[in-house]
Ligand binder design. Structure first.
Ligand SMILES: C[S@@+](CC[C@H](N)C(=O)[O-])C[C@H]1O[C@@H](n2cnc3c(N)ncnc32)[C@H](O)[C@@H]1O
Length: 273
């Protein structure tokens, strides 16, 4: 399994998993772009995108805030291969387990992650470790799930009976946003922004995302087949069955390292193993 609890990322790195992330990217992009534009410094020299998957968020670091070098880190070979395909200048990718420091290209002006900490154990300790990889004045930007609100019984069944239990079985928290909101700021960092972005795409899109997640989880034998739930999600996705939209909420936190710092790049922050 994934995170400190294991070795696999919940939703895998197959063709279907990549298609799912492409849809996620389209649905989430406006909220992500707004977060980056409002919090990022003048164009960062080096920006890491942790758990970059097929690299759509990495490209956004360059397109939205003009990172001179945007480096996506992921441990999935297939995702990295896909990410590198046709990548624009200044956007590169490296195989790296983001639980480990130092990061491979040195200290960064910006470290960004989206939809990653839901899959990793002990998010606050990881954020503190990542903070050691910032240059003085650098920023960590966390863009993670705060809530997925819905009263629709089909969506609820997917979330309550499939998604949450799978992530919890790995020792992680799907809705990790509240944990990040409550954590103390890592040593040497100051919280300069902490907001929740809300968006409600059409129910058809949320149903497609959930349906693809379910298909991937069943294919990986993480959950038993749920044909009735899959059919209900497919019917909503096709517009054949009405459903209320899902309201997605993203916790968006910016932490800044003070402009003067003596911290080393080896991750030797006090209290971190
Ligand atoms: C939900 S995807 C998010 C992808 C991208 N950030 C986005 O928002 O579209 C999570 C990604 O984190 C990667 N991942 C999970 N655990 C990781 C680890 N320990 N080190 C590096 N990458 C990891 C997975 O391979 C996957 O690509």
């Amino acid at each position: 399994m994934d995170g400190v609890s294991g070795e696999r990322y919940t939703y895998g790195d197959t063709e279907l998993a990549a298609e799912r992330l492409a849809l996620v990217a389209r649905v989430f992009e406006p909220a992500t772009r707004a977060f980056l534009e409002r919090t990022a410094p003048p164009p960062p020299g080096l920006a890491y995108d942790l758990g970059c998957g097929p690299g759509l968020t990495t490209r956004l670091l360059r397109a939205a805030i003009g990172a001179v070098r945007a480096v996506g880190l992921d441990r999935s070979g297939p995702f990295l291969e896909r990410a590198a395909h046709g990548a624009p200048g200044g956007v590169t990718f490296r195989a790296h387990d983001v639980r480990e420091v130092p990061f491979p290209e040195g200290l960064a002006d910006l470290i960004y992650c989206r939809l990653l900490l839901s899959h990793l154990v002990d998010a606050p300790a990881l954020v503190a470790r990542w903070a050691t990889q910032l240059a003085p004045g650098g920023l960590v930007l966390l863009d993670e799930l705060e809530a997925i609100d819905t009263s629709d019984p089909v969506f609820r069944s997917y979330l309550d009976d499939v998604a949450n239990p799978v992530v919890e079985a790995q020792g992680a928290r799907l809705l990790v946003g509240p944990v990040l909101a409550a954590m103390p700021d890592p040593p040497g960092l100051e919280r300069v922004a902490d907001d929740v972005a809300t968006f409600a795409p059409p129910a058809t899109q949320s149903a497609r995302i959930f349906g693809m997640n379910l298909a991937v989880l069943v294919a990986r034998e993480e959950v038993p087949a749920r044909p009735a739930l899959a059919a209900d999600l497919a019917a909503i996705a096709a517009g054949e069955r009405a459903a209320a939209p899902v309201v997605w909420r993203m916790r968006q936190i910016a932490l800044r390292r003070s402009a003067v710092s003596g911290r080393s790049a080896t991750g030797s922050a006090p209290g971190l193993g």
